[in-house]
Every structure is written in structure tokens, then in C-alpha cells.
Write a new protein. Structure first.
Length: 855
């Protein structure tokens, strides 16, 4: 017995001590001394056999070597670096620029396996300034009031002239432009909130306003433009006199945008009567938002200089320039029809367009820097416009679905009370909360100077995917009401628009498969980028020193993550440090656990698969899902704190984090299941899931709590849809639904009375209208109460109603005049010529047919 206790003691000293040192990342020297001291003590006082002691001392040798820097550098790091250089995956300049763009923020902490929560929790709460709030309450509210989706989408296929004028007058296009150029100079948070609000009302307006405030000429000029270019364009972009668009995509180059073949050749030419050195451009672009009405085109093309007129390079690579659309040879005006959503989108071509060199954004010295500019700006822009649009649509969906499913009754009760409908409702509410949190917290970080490249990809992908889920669920819980198109349908347009957000700014399958983890693994990993840069260092000796340092830090980090992943999984992370002792503390601990597990899995994936991980898209996609789940769950926790830790929001927080972390668990499990190196996968499973998959998805009871807060008026419901346009007015379904919901709550006691009277056999009708009459006659309710009930009943009927049309309304010809664009599309001379020649050909064909017939 005594020897067992002694054995246990020494086991605890070594195993417990080892885990303690690794778990807490005690530095190499201190750890080596501690282990050495324990070995000496064991050798002196333990009862181990000589053979066992020899084995232990031999196992200690690597630790000693790791402390001998010169020795390890020459004998270990130098050969390792040679192998590493051979293994390095080939990387194009465009890939390198994408990897190096932006900054590393909370994503880096999650990648570390030991997140420092203070970094997230200490970031300031994003708030609107008085001016920004006044804009939200004033022009933004007014613009929402002016938007009539049916009129815009069905009749006009465009916004009315007065809406365009209002947008320009109130400088909606100038949220990112500094005040001294006439812009609004709003924070990223305010920009996001404006887009959120507009999206809750109308997708066309939100897209039209979103694009100039995202990646486009203004943003490019602000960061890279020359002073002349800024002075020339920014004031007129701010006032709306210039309408911008940005043209990158072409028939050949979609997801692989860098493969574009649109080109510019440096040559001599005549410009305003003078011989100058300029660029002769040819392009064929498609899918370009605002192109049909644009006056200035941000153009991405490849620049060539075969005659070496500006330097000694033949080819400069992707370059961005600003081209006024009235330049000779430019064609804009034709429109695509993006899923019947009426924002302006179309192709543009340029045929032998000659422009001066100073049309390049940033001037001649920025020739070939176009791709770098774009990926740097995407690091910010991708986190704002599309995620906010998804959040805005979802806020409207949460608001409307909560009210509608309460007002709509089947089988005698509100459909929200059925668990099946409730499950969909909980998803709508929970997913909306996640989007709100991700948008607000990330925009707040951008306002603190971050350019969060990886989080922006996470937001782009996940908010638009969650938006699609919300749109699907909203369709389902509304039934036929959401299917019958017409002015009374407030759901279907958002549903139809969701694939647009999925496709633009990096289509989602690609973003998930290649970008989130692919970029994150290198960018956010504490050592991988350092190792990569060291290996590429032209000064070989300095490169070796840097590589040696990164390599041994990396080994220590991997050992630590193994210990952390195992200990945290074994203990359900119950003892891990968290920033707050609140009801949400367990969720912080869950994230701590998955952070270590993710870091461990990532390291082994990179170690065993190397460059092949790039091709194994599903493995990196699943790791990206784990990183994303942790990131989004962290923003939920931070958002909850930012909003004052309101107890009534707790069900939303719990539902959101549980859903996300359950997904993280399942994706990590699928990753291990599909990992090609089976022994490594089995070993990883022991460390990551020693107790199996113990994390569960939200319970039905938790889902019901979410449904309750969505279906009853109150602060939690209000906060969930805080930016949505819910003003009570005739044309606003969100306002009318809320009015009816409030009335339903007020009328509930009267309805109970009527129901009781029906049960008691005092009234006999089954139709509510008649029941009210009977209840009034039988003095069960007063005359005034009966009138209130009738009023409420009518309002509910109006909300449940759908549109119908006369058969002739379906002929498009009937609405041709109305369909004419309020702002006529600008047809270039070339387009006009094309149309005229097509007409000529058609006339000739008809004439020859007639001739044939006659003969
Ligand atoms: C409404 C709308 C507005 C737009 N506005 C603009 C604009 O203003 N300016 C502009 O320049 N462009 C714009 N675009 C273009 C948009 O950015 C592209 O549509 C997008 O990049 C995808 O290109 P693609 O449509 O050619 O799809 P493809 O590249 O053909 O992709 C098809 C599918 O394959 C997937 N895929 C491709 N490669 C991979 C891979 N390696 N791994 C996994 N999956 C992959 C994609 O994710 C996608 O699901 C707009 C597009 C739309 C629809």
C-alpha cells in the first residue's frame, strides 16, 4: 500500500507537474530546471529501478539540447530549414499579398490555444455619436419611409427619382468620405447600422447605398489616391454628382479574380490634342453593381509596358484606375437582372480607351499594386456591408415572424405555440442575435484601428449563410403568406435576394474552403508566418536564426496545446480562467477548451499535410468552421456585455453560443473522421475527445424561451431588432405587425372571456367576428370592448391577407411604361450604334423573308 502511495506521488509529480508547466506555458529554461530538479529528487529519493532511471534521464536529454541554442541551431534547425524550404508550397504574389493583408486581432488569440480574454473584453463598446444617431433617426428613417418595395421591384425596376435625389442630398453615398471633402465621415459601426436599417426595409436601397461605402473608388482613393485625385473626385462622390462602381469581375475571372485578361498597354497617344504617354485599355466586365448608372468606373486590369516607356518591366500586374464613363470607347448602360432585385447592376466594356497615366489610382508608382489594394480594403469592407445587410434582413425577419406566428392561429391557437414552428422561430431569433453581435463587435474593432482580414471573411461567409437560414425559416413559418407575391408580401424579396450576398465579394463555398482557414492558418498562427518569412529571408544566416527561434517556440506551443486540449476536455474546462464570474462563465470556458483543441488539430494538419492542405478543401473548411464558431461565440459574449448584460437576453446568448460550440464540436469530429493519417487522427481524438463528444445542442426548453421573448412585446424583442425600421405607418408591415401584436396582448383577457363563454355554451358561433357580436349581446363584453375587438380583428385580417391580381395584370406589356427606369440608363454611342445596326439587320431579314414569300 505504502509503495503504491509513493508511486502515485511520483506519478503526480511528473504527470501533473508536466501538464502544469505545459498548460501554463512556463518558459523553456524554467521548465527544464523544474523537470531536472524533479528527476534529481526522484533519483535520490524514489524507488525506481536503474533501467527506468536511465530511460527517464535519456528522455530529459532533448530538453537540455533545446536549451543549447548554438548546438540546436546547427544540428537541428539548419537541416530542418533545408527540408522545410523544399516542402514550402508554391505561392503566387497575389496569394502572398492576400495573406499579408490586414491585421491579426481576436482571431490570433483563438488560434493561440490560450485566448487572452482581456484583449476582447477591454475593447470599447461601439456607440453612435450624436450626429450619427441623428442621421439614423432623421434621413435614414425618412429614406426608409420613402421606400416601397413593390413599386421599386415590380413596377419600376429601379428606385424613383426622388429617392435617388434624397440619397444623394443626404450623402448616403459618402459615409466613409471625410468631412473636409463633404462626406459624413461616419465610424464603421455607424456605417454598419445604417446598412442594417436600410436592409430591414429594402434590399435595393441597401445594396445601392452599400456599394459606394464599401470597396469602390472612394475607399481606394482615400487609401491610395494622390492629392489631386482626391480633390478631383471625393467632393463630387460625396455630393452624389459622381456615381461610382468598381469593375473587377469578367467572364474569364470570377472567383479567381486575379486571372483577369482585361488589359492596359502603356503607349503614346493623343490626349486633349497633345501627344502623351498613356494607357490603351480594353476590358469586358460583367456583374458590376451601379455600372449602368455610373459616371466613374474603378477598373481593375493588367498593365503591360512592352516598349518600356515607364520603366524596365514588361508586365506590371493588376492595376486599378479611375475611368470617367463618358471617355471615348467606354460602354455602360445595359443591365443584368439579379434575381429581380432592382439595384443597378450590369456589364461594361471598353474598346481602345486611351487615358493618361495619372488615371491610375495613386499615380504611376501604384502600377501593379491593384491586387494588394483590393485585398487590403476587403479586410475591412467585407466585415461591414454584406454582414450588416444580412443582419438587417434578419432583424426584420425576427420581428415579423415573432408577431406573425402569434397572430396567425391554426387549430385554435397561435402557430408560435407549436413546437415545430417554435424550433424554426428559435433559429430565426438565435441566428439574428449572432449576426447582430458579430457585426457590432467587429465594426467596433475596425473603429479601434483593426483591419481584421480573417474575421471579415468569417463574417462575410457566416452572416450571409445565417441570413439564408433565417430567410428559409421565415418563409416556412409564414406559409402561403410569404409565397404570394404582391405589395402585402414582406418576406419573399429578402428570400430571393439571399443568394446575391452569398455570391458577391468572394463566393461562399470558396470563402469557406480556401480563405477562412487557409488565410487564418498562416496569418493568425503565432509561428507559421514567422517560419515562412524566415525561410524566405534572403539573408540565409539571419533566416536560420529566426527559423530556429520560431521552430522551437512552435514545438513548445504544440506541447502546450496538447496538454491544454487534454486537460480542458477531461475537466470540461471547469477550472480554466475566464474574465467574468457571470451566468455566461461556462461559455468562456468552452471556448478556451475548443481553442486549445483547434490549435492542436491545426498544427497536426499543417505538419502532416503541408501544402496538400490547400487541396484538401473540406479539411481546412471544417477547421475554418471551428475557428468561425469560436469567433462568433466570442462576439456573442462580448455583445451581451456591451449591451449591459441584460438578463432578458440570456436565452438568446445561451442558444447562440450552444449552437455555435456544438457545431464546433461536430466539425472537429468530422475533421478527425476524415483525416487521412489515421494513427495521427486516433492520437488527436484521445487528446481532444477523451470523454467523447459531450457537448449538446440547445435544449427544446431553451428554444422555447427564445420563442417567448420573440413573440411577446418587451425589451428583449426590441433589442433583437433594434435597427429594424419598425415605425408604425400604413406602408410598413413591421410597424403594423407590432401594433397588432400589442393589441393581441391587450385583447387577450377579452378573448379569454369570449372563449370561456363559448365553453360554457353561452355563445355558439365558431367564427370570431360573430363571437364578438354574441358576446356583446350577452353582456359578456361591453360595447366599447366589442368595438376594440372588432378593430383588432380587422387589423389581424389585413395582416394575414395576400394579394390577387386580374389576369391581364400578368402581361408585362401592361406595365412597360411603369417599368421605365426613373433614371434612364445611359446608353453609350456604341450601344446606340449596335442597336441601330441590329434594327437594320432585322429589317433586312424581314424584307428578304417577304421577298421569298412573294417569289
Ligand atoms: C449581384 C452581383 C453583384 C456583383 N457586383 C460586383 C461588382 O460590383 N464588381 C465586381 O467586380 N464584381 C461583382 N460581382 C461579381 C462577384 O464578385 C462574382 O460573381 C464572384 O466573385 C463569383 O464569381 P462567379 O460568379 O464567376 O462564380 P465562379 O467563380 O464561377 O464560381 C462558381 C462557384 O464555384 C465556387 N468556387 C470557385 N472556385 C473555387 C475553389 N477554388 N474552391 C471552392 N469553391 C470554388 C464558388 O464559390 C462558386 O460557388 C457581382 C456579382 C453579383 C452576382
Amino acid at each position: 500500500m505504502f509503495s503504491f502511495i509513493v508511486g502515485l506521488f511520483w506519478f503526480l509529480v511528473f504527470a501533473g507537474g508536466g501538464i502544469y508547466l505545459a498548460y501554463n506555458r512556463i518558459n523553456l529554461l524554467a521548465s527544464s530546471i523544474a523537470v531536472g530538479a524533479a528527476l534529481v529528487a526522484y533519483s535520490l529519493f524514489g524507488s525506481a529501478s536503474a533501467l527506468w532511471l536511465i530511460f527517464l534521464w535519456l528522455a530529459y536529454v532533448p530538453l537540455i539540447i533545446a536549451n543549447l541554442e548554438d548546438f540546436r541551431r546547427e544540428k537541428i534547425s539548419r537541416p530542418a530549414l533545408a527540408i522545410y524550404r523544399k516542402m514550402l508550397p508554391s505561392m503566387s504574389d497575389t496569394e502572398r499579398e492576400a495573406l499579408e493583408a490586414g491585421s491579426v486581432w481576436w482571431d490570433g488569440e483563438l488560434f493561440s490555444g490560450m485566448p487572452d480574454w482581456d484583449k476582447l473584453m477591454s475593447s470599447p463598446v461601439p456607440v453612435l455619436s450624436d450626429e450619427e444617431q441623428a442621421f439614423m433617426d432623421g434621413p435614414c428613417e425618412e429614406l426608409c419611409r420613402m421606400l416601397d418595395d413593390w413599386d421599386i421591384s415590380h413596377h419600376r425596376s429601379d428606385m424613383p427619382t426622388e429617392v435617388w435625389a434624397f440619397i444623394k442630398k443626404h450623402r448616403f453615398f459618402a459615409m466613409i468620405i471625410p468631412k473636409h471633402y463633404g462626406g459624413l465621415e461616419f465610424s464603421a459601426y455607424a456605417n454598419a447600422m445604417v446598412i442594417t436599417k436600410l436592409s430591414s426595409r429594402n434590399t435595393t436601397a441597401a445594396s445601392t447605398v452599400g456599394v459606394p461605402n464599401s470597396l469602390g473608388p472612394a475607399e481606394l482613393l482615400l487609401h491610395y489616391g494622390t492629392e489631386e485625385q482626391k480633390d478631383r473626385y471625393l467632393p463630387s462622390l460625396a455630393s452624389g454628382d459622381e456615381i461610382p462602381c468598381f469593375a473587377l469581375t469578367s467572364p474569364h475571372a470570377g472567383s479567381d479574380a486575379a486571372a483577369l485578361i482585361d488589359n492596359g498597354v502603356v503607349c503614346k497617344g493623343t490626349w486633349q490634342g497633345k501627344q502623351i504617354t498613356g494607357i490603351l485599355l480594353n476590358w469586358d466586365k460583367r456583374y458590376i453593381t451601379l455600372a449602368p448608372v455610373a459616371t466613374v468606373l474603378g477598373l481593375a486590369f493588367k498593365l503591360y509596358d512592352p516598349d518600356h516607356l515607364i520603366g524596365d518591366q514588361d508586365e506590371y500586374g493588376i492595376t486599378a484606375a479611375l475611368i470617367p464613363t463618358d471617355t471615348e470607347g467606354v460602354t455602360v448602360g445595359r443591365r443584368h437582372n439579379p434575381l429581380n432585385i432592382a439595384f443597378q447592376n450590369g456589364p461594361t466594356t471598353g474598346e481602345n480607351v486611351f487615358v493618361p497615366l495619372d488615371y491610375i489610382i495613386g499615380g504611376q508608382e501604384m502600377a501593379g499594386k491593384g491586387w494588394k489594394m483590393l485585398v487590403e480594403l476587403l479586410a475591412v469592407g467585407r466585415a461591414i456591408t454584406l454582414p450588416s445587410s444580412a443582419a438587417g434582413g434578419s432583424q426584420a425577419a425576427s420581428w415579423s415572424s415573432g408577431a406573425y406566428t402569434t397572430l396567425r392561429k391554426q387549430f385554435g391557437i397561435s402557430i408560435a405555440k407549436f413546437d415545430g414552428v417554435g424550433e424554426a422561430l428559435a433559429r430565426i431569433g438565435g441566428h439574428t442575435y449572432i449576426m447582430n453581435a458579430a457585426v457590432a463587435v467587429t465594426a467596433g474593432a475596425i473603429d479601434q484601428g483593426e483591419k481584421p482580414a480573417v474575421p471579415s471573411a468569417i463574417l462575410k461567409y457566416h452572416c450571409t449563410e445565417l441570413g439564408r437560414k433565417v430567410a428559409n425559416d421565415t418563409m416556412d413559418v409564414h406559409g402561403g403568406k410569404a409565397i404570394m407575391m404582391g405589395p402585402k408580401n414582406y418576406v419573399a424579396r429578402g428570400y430571393m435576394a439571399t443568394p446575391i450576398a452569398i455570391t458577391v465579394e468572394g463566393a461562399n463555398i470558396l470563402t469557406r474552403s480556401l480563405i477562412i482557414f487557409g488565410q487564418g492558418a498562416i496569418r493568425c498562427h503565432p509561428f507559421v508566418l514567422r517560419e515562412l518569412q524566415a525561410a524566405q529571408n534572403e539573408n540565409k544566416e539571419r533566416g536560420l536564426t529566426e527559423f530556429d527561434d520560431a521552430l522551437f517556440s512552435h514545438i513548445g506551443y504544440a506541447i502546450s496545446n496538447t496538454a491544454r486540449a487534454f486537460f480542458l476536455a477531461l475537466t470540461h474546462a471547469k477550472f480554466s480562467n475566464v474574465p467574468l464570474n457571470t451566468p455566461t462563465r461556462r461559455y468562456y470556458q468552452n471556448i478556451n477548451r475548443y481553442s486549445a483543441a483547434f490549435a492542436l488539430a491545426s498544427d497536426f494538419a499543417m505538419l502532416t499535410l503541408g501544402g496538400k492542405l490547400k487541396i484538401k478543401e473540406l479539411l481546412s473548411a471544417r477547421l475554418g468552421d471551428v475557428l468561425s464558431a469560436m469567433y462568433l461565440a466570442s462576439t456573442v459574449l462580448k455583445h451581451f456585455e456591451n449591451q449591459g448584460r441584460r438578463a432578458s437576453d440570456l436565452p438568446l446568448v445561451e442558444w447562440s453560443v450552444r449552437t455555435l460550440m456544438y457545431h464546433a464540436q461536430e466539425q472537429l469530429h468530422s475533421f478527425l473522421q476524415n483525416f487521412p493519417n489515421r494513427p495521427i487522427a486516433m492520437m488527436l481524438r484521445i487528446f481532444i475527445f477523451p470523454r467523447g463528444r459531450t457537448y449538446s445542442a440547445p435544449s427544446d426548453a431553451l428554444g422555447r424561451k427564445v420563442v417567448d421573448l420573440m413573440t411577446s412585446s418587451g425589451e428583449a424583442r426590441d433589442r433583437l431588432s433594434q435597427q429594424a425600421y419598425t415605425t408604425l405607418e400604413p406602408g410598413n408591415p413591421l410597424g403594423l405587425l407590432q401594433e397588432a401584436l400589442l393589441l393581441s396582448e391587450a385583447m387577450a383577457p377579452l378573448e379569454n372571456k369570449v372563449r370561456q363563454a363559448q365553453k360554457d355554451g353561452v355563445i355558439h358561433s365558431t367564427y370570431l367576428g360573430q363571437q364578438i357580436d354574441e358576446a356583446e349581446s350577452a353582456d359578456i363584453i361591453s360595447k366599447a370592448q366589442a368595438s376594440q375587438m372588432r378593430d383588432y380583428h380587422q387589423k389581424v385580417l389585413d395582416i394575414l391577407a395576400v394579394d390577387d391580381f386580374a389576369p391581364e395584370d400578368f402581361g408585362r406589356s401592361g406595365s412597360v411604361e411603369k417599368t421605365a427606369s426613373a433614371k434612364p440608363a445611359k446608353a453609350s454611342r456604341k450601344t446606340k450604334k449596335k442597336v441601330a445596326s441590329k434594327k437594320k439587320v432585322a429589317k433586312k431579314k424581314v424584307a428578304s423573308k417577304k421577298k421569298k414569300k412573294a417569289s
